[in-house]
Ligand binder design. Structure first.
Ligand SMILES: Nc1ncnc2c1ncn2[C@@H]1O[C@H](COP(=O)(O)OP(=O)(O)OP(=O)(O)O)[C@@H](O)[C@H]1O
Ligand SMILES: [Mg+2]
Length: 264
């Protein structure tokens, strides 16, 4: 299939978002992510990176703009309080079951074991049998580099890097069409960052479609096929890694990159 025929997994069209009804945090963002894209999202603190991810899976309903997910238009309308909401709960459930999200703080269920964390959604949402979900979970754990000795552990008995790898396995158990990562390594001890980046790199090799908010410039440069730089709620630069890291003359981007100590 030529790149032109690739399907847009998600298409964002002029997305704006305000939390207070007055100030736009996102000021009109249009981005298409195609099958197999790994899009790194860069930007300073408070520029709207997390808000953008939250708008994609409708944890926040954007106050303006349109979203298409796998060519399906998400129907948004205003409720009685003039808050924008998705019209069809079924469509929301469908979207949520196909979009995975990995958070900075892992967000594992602390009262469930590693295995229970992974099989919960496939059983409840996808109606898989417990036996099938367990076989799949074990495979995914091996894939993220965790042996069976971890299956019965609770999250508090794992390192941050191990917890994040379980969180990624949990997301993969739903076989998502799109995975959103919100600074997946920012909460980790520096010695544990690479083990998580390696798992994300492996997913990129499998051509998983991913949008990754990150401050890891080396990772963005090597693993992403496209980099977006956000500034004050707008896409300030958008291009291939070699363009963003090598050739861009955008002053705001250059200032951001110079300030980031991790780029060498
Ligand atoms: N739930 C919320 N209610 C009100 N304002 C919010 C909320 N979440 C974020 N904001 C504001 O929106 C702006 C963008 O926040 P966001 O979390 O999207 O930034 P970010 O780029 O992810 O920053 P960081 O790199 O620090 O994670 C900030 O000014 C923030 O204070
Ligand atoms: Mg954030």
């Amino acid at each position: 299939m030529s790149s032109k025929e690739k399907q847009a997994v998600v298409s964002l069209q002029n997305i704006k978002h305000s939390y207070d009804g007055e100030t736009d945090i996102l000021k009109g963002i249009s981005v298409d992510a195609y099958e197999g894209d790994v899009i790194a999202v860069l930007g300073g603190s408070g520029c709207g990176k997390s808000t953008l991810l939250r708008c994609i899976n409708l944890l926040e309903t954007p106050t303006h703009g349109e979203i298409y997910f796998l060519n399906e238009h998400l129907e948004l309308s205003s409720d009685k309080k003039k808050k924008r909401v998705i019209k069809s709960p079924k469509q929301l459930t469908r979207l949520r079951s196909r979009v995975g999200m990995v958070f900075q703080q892992f967000n594992l269920w602390s009262h469930k074991t590693v295995l229970q964390n992974i099989i919960e959604a496939p059983i409840r949402v996808l109606k898989h049998s417990k036996a099938d979900a367990t076989i799949q979970a074990k495979k995914l754990l091996r894939k993220v580099g965790l042996g069976e000795e971890f299956e019965g552990n609770y999250p508090s008995q794992l390192s941050g890097g191990q917890q994040q790898r379980v969180a990624i396995a949990r997301t993969m158990a739903m076989d998502p069409a799109l995975i959103l990562f919100d600074e997946p390594t920012s909460a980790l001890d520096p010695t544990l960052v690479n083990e998580v980046l390696q798992v994300i790199t492996d997913l990129a090799k499998e051509k998983r479609t991913m949008i990754v908010v990150t401050h890891e410039m080396e990772f963005a440069r090597k693993v992403a096929n496209r980099v977006i730089f956000l500034h004050e709620g707008l896409v300030e630069a958008d291009g291939k890694p070699q363009e963003i890291f090598g050739a861009s003359r955008n002053k705001l981007l250059l200032k951001f990159l110079q300030k980031d100590a991790r780029i060498t």
